[in-house]
Design a protein around this ligand. Sequence first.
Ligand code: PHE
Length: 376
Amino acid sequence: MLERIEELRNEARTAIDAAPDAAALEDIRVRYLGRKAELTAILRGIGELPPEQRGPVGKTGNQARVELEGLLGAAKEKLEAAELNARISGESIDVTLPGTPPVRLGHLHPLTRTRREIEDVFVGLGYKVMEGPEVEHDYYNFTALNHPPGHPARMLQDTFYVDPASLGADPELYGTDGAALELPPGPRDVLLRTHTSPMQVRSMEDATPPIFIIVPGRTYRRDSDATHTPMFNQIEGLAVGEDITLADLKGTLLTFARAIFGPDRELRLRPHYFPFTEPSVEVDVSCFRCSGTGVMTVGGSEERCNLCKGTGWLEILGSGMVDPNVFGFVREHGYDPERVQGFAFGMGIERIAMLKHGVPDLRMFFDDDVRMLEQF
Ligand code: PHE
């Protein structure tokens, strides 16, 4: 019995010495000191031994157990410390090594940024941002904006008409779900909207006055040169109440112009014509490059400012007081032309971005050449 205890003790010592990690040590502990271990059984059975063997077996067995427990504990500490050290050195960062080159990040398109800047100004003034359909009925694009069929101003913005057959079975009468369509009055034509102004009428059909909205969105015209593309972006504005005047229009647009082009800007309103505003104005902002003087001092000599072409003014948008005839189309929605009045304006986002950043050709915004886009 004593010999067997010695054998077990030696076996266990060798195993402890060879254990590669803490998990292996735990296995050894279970095997030699656990509840079902041989040594444990020997110590538990001492009472059944002949009396003269009890003393020596108990003593040797207990010594073996205490020694193995000690060895296990020490080995465990050593292995755990080694494991921790290995992990720490594996995770350490050498701050003297060169860094990973930064990932090249993209950014929003300049037109998106310009649109958001303009939206921010008007949201700050209490306006709501709305969107509307790009494929529009003749009624909203023209008729209800005081261009009756045959009105010559329709020609100013002739556009892309949609072939009704491409819209479905019988688009004049049925929607895609087969239900009868309630079509607006007037010509049945469907077209790509030529401006965001149709949303003036649609928004007034949906909400009673007072109303303060802006409408960003894509618009389409049969136009193509350095300052026009067949698709471009506009922001429409509409403010209607009982006592909104031309002075409010000017103050609002001055706030806008100063937020976008700088705090020292001034505005100029020039008489103009739009069928859906009366009076109508075109709005110029004082040139931010030459501070409205029209001249630039370059290297001691005076030159004509090439941004405003020497005029001191930059045209930025069209606007006016909403024509009472337009209210006539939404009278039953709470817009009695005798009671309400207001203003509307519309601007091209590309135009604002071109002026602001000195982009010479509008088409550059749509070429998607990163060498151009990276400059913003
Ligand atoms: N819709 C006009 C255009 O596209 C701009 C405009 C909007 C003018 C609102 C007056 C009022 O040219």
